[in-house]
Structure formats: structure tokens, C-alpha cells
Design a protein around this ligand. Structure first.
Ligand code: PHE
Length: 344
């Protein structure tokens, strides 16, 4: 028995010399020390030993087991270390490489202009209002004194969804919605930015979708001079303190009288250049005194109250202020374009 134990130890140690990986190591462990392994097999014969032999053989068996286990553990440690080194090599990162800076977005130039306009008017006590882009014919036309078949509807070729529902062609319907909500209360002082839609063919100066900002003031004794003074204050804050305005008679069915408003060309300071076609002036908005019929339809007595309204094109203002020569730049999301408007 003694010889069998010794030769078992030698055989196990010899076999371990050739073990190349953890799987083989485990096979050897099972083969020699497992429940059905070689050592157990030998120890089964212990019962036949004499009382003197038993502790001696027992001791020897323990030594053999310890020797094999020791060799197994040593190899296991070696394989573990190899595995760790392999992983470290694989997952190595070069901390000296330059990092990739995360892309941060900026405010879109149109939103930036809207914010500036809002700030100026909020500073004058206006409230920012909003209205739906999918609008009822009633608010977009009828309540603005543009009855069905009115020739002025030709000015705005519209995207109709049904006979009664369309994509709004201007932000003016928010005038009516605001007045209805106010139930005849004054003062009404709102500014309303938003997208509008017209059936235009897109080119450098036209887009089927663009952005407007509407303004509406209603109170007792609101006069044309209030409109003029308000707009002068606005353009001087927006384009610089030297900026002047010029009102030209115009027509809108929902205002009477109506005026187109020009500002001093911000490129040439009014001296005449390519942008203002040598006139020194740039048209930026439509405006007028709210038509008595519009007030009446929305529940305001035109004998008691008057008001003014205006609507400006945001793209146009952005193009003039920043010298952008094609309206399509605002919608194509070319980062090289947008990055130029990055600001804190
Ligand atoms: N809604 C007009 C347009 O889109 C602009 C406007 C607004 C004119 C308010 C007068 C008063 O052209």
C-alpha cells in the first residue's frame, strides 16, 4: 500500500509537469483526488490493515494528498496570474491619448432671435402667448376680417387640411384667441412667436414654413403714435440706438390704418448698399391699428377700446442682423452654419 501511495504521488506530480492550462489541471485534480479518484481507491483498502499499520499509512496518505494539493495550488496560482496579465494586456488603455471633447449644442439662431425679441417686449410689460399651428379657418381668416372668398386671402396661399382646418398662414390668429380668452378685459399686451406655413416654392428668400412674432396691445386710448413709439424702442434695442423707422401706408384686412415698417439698413447704416438695394431702408414688419370689426368679433367694444398689432418675420430679422444670404440655411442644420451662432 505504501508503494502504491508513493507511486501515485510520483505519477500525479509527473503528470502535473505537463499540464498546460486550467482545464487540464482540473482533470488531474479529479483523476487523483476526486471522490472516485485514485487516492480514494487506494484508501478503500485501509480496512484490511493491522492496527499498527493504519496510522502510519493514514499519515502517509495525508502527506501524499498534501503534496499533490500543494502542487495543484501552485499551478492554479500560476494560471491565475497568467490570466490576469493577459486581461491587463488586452484592456490596456493609453491614458496619454488626447480625449474626444463631447459635442455641445447651441441655441438655434432663430430661437436666439426670438429670445432677444421676447426679452425686449417682456421688458415693456408684454406677456408671451402661444397658439396652435394647425388652426381653424375662423381664427386664421374669418375673425380677422377676411371672410370666405375675400380677395385678400389670395395673398396667402394656404395648406388646407379640411375646408375648415389649415396650417396657420400667420401668427395673427393668436390675436383673436387671446382676446377671446381675456373676455373683454384690458390691458391686452402680448407677444407671440411661432411657426407659420404658406404654399411658397422654397428659394433663397422663401420657405413654405417660417417664423413670425406677433404683437397685440389693446386698451383705452391706444393710438398710432403708441405703435410707432413701441416699434422705435424695439428696433433701437434690437439693431442699435441709431436705428430709425419709417412707416409706409399698406393694407391688411385686420388693421386700419395699416403700415409696413422699415428700419435703417443695419449693413450700411442707411447710406445705401446691396442688401437694402441702395434705399437705406429694410422692411421688417407689417402693422396697424386693430380693425374695429376684429375687436367687435372678439368681444371688445370698438367705441371704448383701440389697439395696435404687428407681425414680423424672424428669419428676415436674423438674416439682416447676421448677414445670412439664404433662408434655407436655417433649416438644413449644417453644423458649420449653426456653430457661428454659438454664444454664452
Ligand atoms: N399677419 C400679417 C402677415 O403675416 C402681419 C401683420 C400682423 C400685419 C399684425 C398687421 C398686424 O403678413
Amino acid at each position: 500500500m505504501k508503494e502504491r501511495l508513493v507511486s501515485l504521488q510520483n505519477a500525479a506530480l509527473a503528470e502535473l509537469e505537463d499540464v498546460a492550462n486550467p482545464q487540464e489541471l482540473n482533470e488531474v485534480r479529479v483523476q487523483y483526488l476526486g471522490k472516485k479518484g485514485a487516492l480514494t481507491e487506494i484508501l478503500r483498502g485501509m480496512g484490511q490493515l493491522s492496527a499498527e499499520e493504519r496510522p502510519v499509512i493514514g499519515q502517509l496518505a495525508n502527506d501524499v494528498r498534501a503534496a499533490i494539493e500543494g502542487a495543484l495550488a501552485e499551478l492554479q496560482t500560476k494560471f491565475d496570474a497568467e490570466e490576469t496579465n493577459r486581461r491587463l494586456a488586452q484592456e490596456k488603455i493609453d491614458v496619454t491619448l488626447a480625449g474626444r471633447a463631447p459635442e455641445t449644442g447651441t441655441l438655434h439662431p432663430l430661437n436666439w432671435v426670438i429670445q432677444q425679441v421676447e426679452d425686449i417686449f417682456v421688458g415693456m410689460g408684454y406677456i408671451v402667448a402661444e397658439g396652435p399651428e394647425v388652426e381653424r379657418d375662423y381664427y386664421n381668416f374669418e375673425a380677422l376680417n377676411l371672410p370666405k372668398n375675400h380677395p385678400a386671402r389670395d395673398m396667402q396661399d394656404s395648406f388646407y387640411i379640411t375646408d375648415e382646418i389649415l396650417l396657420r398662414t400667420h401668427t395673427s390668429p393668436v390675436q383673436v384667441r387671446t382676446m377671446e380668452k381675456m373676455h373683454g378685459e384690458v390691458p391686452v399686451k402680448i407677444i407671440c412667436p411661432g411657426k407659420v406655413y404658406r404654399r411658397d416654392n422654397d428659394d433663397a428668400t422663401h420657405s413654405h414654413m417660417f417664423t413670425q412674432i406677433e404683437g397685440l396691445v389693446i386698451d383705452k386710448n391706444v393710438r398710432m403714435s403708441d405703435l410707432k413709439g413701441t416699434l422705435l424702442q424695439f428696433v433701437q434695442e434690437m439693431f442699435g440706438p441709431e436705428t430709425q423707422i419709417r412707416l409706409r401706408p399698406s393694407f391688411f384686412p385686420f388693421t386700419e390704418p395699416s403700415a409696413e415698417v422699415d428700419v435703417t439698413c443695419c449693413m450700411c447704416k442707411g447710406n445705401g448698399c446691396r442688401v437694402c438695394k441702395q434705399s437705406g431702408w429694410l422692411e421688417i414688419l407689417g402693422s396697424g391699428m386693430v380693425h374695429p370689426r376684429v375687436l367687435e368679433m372678439a368681444g371688445y367694444d370698438p367705441n371704448e377700446y383701440t389697439g395696435f398689432a404687428f407681425g414680423m418675420g424672424v428669419e428676415r430679422i436674423a438674416m439682416l442682423k447676421y448677414g445670412v444670404d439664404d433662408i434655407r440655411h436655417f433649416y438644413t442644420n449644417d453644423l458649420r452654419f449653426l456653430r457661428q451662432f454659438a454664444h454664452d
